[in-house]
Design a protein around this ligand. Structure first.
Ligand SMILES: [Zn+2]
Length: 937
């Protein structure tokens, strides 16, 4: 699964920003972790036992999109027959999952002779969602029984289970049904043993109205019979042995495009948007199959691949075997209406989901405590799989910024968790689909690849997939195979996967070389009692030629000496070539001085672009953690003025975005001047212009980043050019803005504009047929600065015009806009009932307010929110109140941070402003002197 918003409701500040390429400021990504509902049952009670094992499901579903006599609309009839065997003697209970359904009848019979097993009552635990069937006789061990259920289920709009969605066609609403079962929602569609390890085969039948709908599932339709009442019963061929969460089906008036191998399913008006994903999907499917020496369709039941675009989708995409589902914006592509980053995102998400066909579907994590066995690999292939078919995109560089640096943001907090981490409840299963399982998972695999060498890594994974095919897997299964290919592999992997966090490595020079010390890095600077050590992959460079070596020496001790002859005289010493190792590095003063000098040398003295990005990211974070002072860090970062590469600038943008939130309000003018000064040269380098045909992709991304920052901080040239483009487009909407300039143009138009400019984009938002353009217009609208316009944005977010899948995205976009925070807070306070109703409860009001508290600087806003919480304590309920209280605490922490560091940052900014001013002053004197001379002569 590709998570966009699934987990993000508790960390709204993080959502989606990356998707759109907006600077992300993950200050306290784990803040809201503790707020997920407490488990109310004993933890072990959430798990099924192994007494009874399912082997096969026969499922028949009959949906009703309209009310029929004695049938409510958006319900479905279900018949599920599960073949089970008892694995032990004396079984008198069958425990399995169900949720949100009425079971009309159930029975158990022996499969061979249909003899009914005498049964008693059943009991159901709402909390664990476990149904217990009590039997009056015991099941025979190793004999097959059938458990038969008749039930009625609900197709809700909550994007869980078998749910309903819609699209508009010629003004009318057309309903469709689709599924999302990961992690624990298959039980909403059929009673089942809803844990990944209980693999079984599935035979699905869908009873549907054939005049209005088509049906799709994991496997092809084997048989189709018309059964009267305009209904058809479609029987799909049997699936491979797989987990419940991977079953999928769609009942929708969808069109299909593509060939026999791969087809894209979409609503009819979007059929002309599928060419790109078909072509890219085919290339990726082949590339991944070749990489793993295991073509996807060598699983006999999976003969072709469907990829479906679903209008309402809670995650980004879902890897159901043979029927991958996506958000429209992650699958449908129109070159004239999508940025090149959106295009890349489509390709990488396809790669992520297709990689799951092996890592997840064929070989499945045994339980959600090792979700990284699915998502870590999918994250690795998201970039490195796409890189095989798109080598020019330089995804290896983007991986470090997008995955490694972001993983460190979460993993550097005290509340992080190890990759392998206990999970019991449904809420915990959802929560572990986080940056640690995804990004850290991918990062640790990349680190392992360089330790083993790509060739050996590949061979090991080829063997692992074959070894565990159609089974579930735990880390020890993976490690055992890895060890066959590299004897130190599991010793390397274990600490990285079972310990929380990551190390900070400190380097000092000595007579024989360099001595290194490792200790856990924590962003709030606290010292951990427990001394964690990691096997550090050590590589280093003292000149430009050495950065290509990424084959490390492993160092497992707290301290270690790297002997380098003539250490005192090296030009520089930089640890962790291309930042393959997952750690930060801090140097002694003399070494930092050398690095600083090298960075200011022509060509950066050969320092690899990824190490420049590493240094930038480390400097911001070392300062934030009080490992080094801000003035020193900011001074070194001045080198960026000469930087022209995307990776270091992206690292800088992330660091600056966080810093911007901690600048004292009275110092903002100076900070703003600093930003314009930093970005001055690189703005001239990228220019406000549409990308050239042959332009390097990272250069296009760099331009987007630079324009975003320069326009936001009031760079004259950027602002003027953007407004000109916006107004030209507003006057004549056939003169479209180049997609790669659209973000900045739309944003600046609304930022410097008023209601008219907002309404222009709103109209586009409501009428466009293209999901990527809808994202861009929503983002543009979120740049509003006037109170009335911000209120309109908040009203829009609370209306059905913003689909529920986009609501948290809309909010986080707005909250990324510093000017909107005060008005957003007052809107929420004034309209809390409306917000609660349209978003799903007061906890959403609380999430929004707490997210504001993480960012806002004005004490008055904090007071308003605190007062609101106190006055409405009862209405909010304990969870929501607690959430706001945490936000208030966090506000105070942030204030403290700002005050503690203010003098140093202000000192630096003042010094800078002073030296710039005096330089300008001297320049002016020189100019006037010259003019004077001219006049005299
Ligand atoms: Zn995934």
């Amino acid at each position: 699964m590709n998570v966009l918003t699934g987990i993000a409701v508790f960390a709204v500040s993080l959502v989606c920003l990356h998707v759109l390429g907006v600077s992300c400021t993950p200050l306290h990504p784990k803040l809201f972790d503790g707020v997920s509902p407490e488990s109310r049952a004993q933890l072990e009670h959430y798990r099924l036992n192994d007494d009874v094992l399912p082997t096969h499901y026969d499922i028949e579903i009959k949906p009703f999109f309209e009310a029929e006599p004695e049938r409510e609309a958006f319900t479905f009839n279900g018949i599920t027959v599960i073949t089970v065997t008892a694995s032990v003697e004396n079984v008198t209970q069958i425990k399995l999952h169900k949720a949100n359904m009425d079971i009309l009848s159930w029975s158990v019979m022996r499969k061979s002779n249909s003899m009914v097993v005498r049964s008693g009552n059943n009991t159901y635990d709402e909390e664990t969602q476990i149904l217990t069937l009590h039997l009056n006789e015991t099941l025979l061990k190793n004999v097959e029984y059938l458990v038969v259920f008749n039930y009625v289920g609900m197709m809700e709009e909550n994007m869980r289970g078998f749910y309903r969605s819609y699209f508009k066609q010629n003004g009318t609403q057309v309903w469709l049904g689709s599924t999302q079962f990961e992690q624990t929602e298959a039980r909403r569609a059929f009673p089942c043993f809803d844990e990944p390890k209980f693999k079984a085969t599935f035979l699905l039948k869908l009873n549907y109205k054939h005049l209005e709908y088509n049906v799709f599932s994991n496997t092809p339709i084997a048989k189709s019979e018309v059964i009267g009442n305009d209904r058809t019963l479609a029987t799909f061929s049997i699936t491979p042995k797989m987990s419940t969460y991977l079953l999928a089906f769609i009942v929708a008036p969808y069109n299909t495009t593509g060939d026999d191998i791969l087809q894209v399913l979409s609503r009819p008006q979007a059929v002309n948007q599928t060419t790109y994903s078909i072509n890219e999907g085919l290339k990726l499917l082949n590339a991944l199959g070749e990489w793993l020496q295991y073509p996807f369709n060598s699983v006999p039941e999976i003969t072709r691949m469907y990829m479906a675009a679903v209008p309402d989708f809670s995650a980004g995409a879902m890897e159901n075997w043979g029927l991958v589902t996506y958000r429209e914006s992650n699958l449908l592509y129109v070159p004239e209406d999508a940025t090149s980053l959106q295009q890349q995102r489509i390709a990488t998400i396809i790669s992520h989901e297709l990689a799951h066909q092996w890592f997840g579907n064929l070989v499945t994590c045994e339980w959600w405590d090792v979700t990284w066995l699915n998502e870590g690999f999918a994250t690795y292939f998201e970039y490195f799989g796409t890189a095989v078919v798109e080598p020019a995109w330089e995804l290896d560089q983007q991986f470090v910024i997008d995955k490694l640096h972001t993983a460190m943001q979460t993993d550097g907090t005290v509340s992080t968790h190890p990759m392998t981490h206990p999970v019991y409840t449904q809420a915990q299963a959802t929560a572990i689909f986080d940056t640690i399982s995804y990004n850290k998972g991918g990062v640790v695999l990349r680190m392992l690849e360089h330790h083993m060498s790509t060739e050996v890594f590949k061979a090991a994974l080829v063997e692992y997939v074959k070894d565990r095919q159609f089974k579930s897997s735990r880390p020890e299964h993976l490690f055992a195979v890895l060890d066959k290919h590299n004897s130190s592999a599991s010793a390397f992997m274990k600490p990285w996967t079972t310990q929380p966090g990551f190390p900070l490595v400190s380097v000092t020079t000595n007579e024989n070389g360099f001595s290194i010390t490792q200790q856990r890095f924590l962003i709030n600077g606290t010292n951990q009692e427990d001394k964690l050590l990691w096997p550090l992959p050590i590589t280093y460079a003292t000149n430009g030629d050495e950065f290509s070596n990424t084959k490390p020496t492993l160092v497992g001790t707290e301290t270690y000496n790297i002997s380098v002859s003539n250490a005192a005289n090296v030009q520089y010493f930089i640890l962790n070539n291309q930042q393959v190792g997952y750690y930060r590095v801090h140097y002694d003063d003399a070494l930092w001085e050398k690095i600083s000098k090298a960075l200011r040398t022509r060509g950066f003295a050969g320092i690899h672009v990824l190490n420049r990005a590493q240094i930038v990211d480390d400097l911001f974070n070392l300062a934030r953690a009080d490992v080094m002072g801000y003035s020193k860090a900011l001074d070194m970062l001045e080198y960026l003025k000469e930087e022209t590469e995307y990776a270091p600038w992206m690292a800088a943008a992330n660091g600056l975005a966080t810093l911007a939130l901690r600048i004292h309000p009275e110092d903002e003018k100076l900070f703003s001047q600093h930003i314009k000064d930093m970005f001055g040269k690189v703005y001239e380098y990228v220019q406000f212009q549409a990308p050239a045909q042959s332009e390097r992709r990272l250069h296009t991304y760099l331009r987007r980043l630079v324009l975003d920052w320069t326009c936001r901080y009031g760079h004259d040239g950027c602002s003027k050019s953007a407004l000109k483009e916006f107004e030209t487009f507003r006057t004549n909407s056939s003169v479209k803005v180049h997609p790669d300039l659209r973000q900045v143009v739309y944003c600046e138009g609304v930022r410097r504009g008023s209601l008219e400019q907002f309404d222009f984009l709103l109209n586009l938002y409501l009428t466009t047929n293209v999901a990527t353009e809808q994202q861009l217009t929503l983002q543009g609208m979120s740049c509003a600065t006037e109170k009335a316009v911000i209120y309109k944005f908040m009203n829009l977010t609370s209306s059905p015009d913003v689909r529920s899948q986009d609501k948290s995205t809309a909010l986080s976009l707005l909250l990324n806009n510093q000017y909107a925070l005060e008005s957003a807070a007052s809107y929420l306070v004034e309209n809390s009932a409306r917000w609660a109703e349209t978003h799903g409860g007061y906890e959403y009001v609380a999430i929004a307010l707490a997210s504001i508290l993480l960012r806002v600087k004005e004490a008055a806003v904090k007071e308003t929110i605190a007062q609101f919480a106190e006055t409405n304590k009862d209405m909010l309920g304990p969870d929501a109140f607690e959430l706001i209280s945490k936000g208030l605490e966090e506000y105070d922490n942030n204030q403290r941070f700002t005050n503690d560091h203010r003098d140093e940052i202000l000192g630096f900014l003042t010094l800078k402003a002073g030296s710039d001013a005096s330089r300008t002053g001297i320049f002016n004197v020189v100019v006037s002197l010259c003019l004077l001379l001219v006049a005299i002569w």
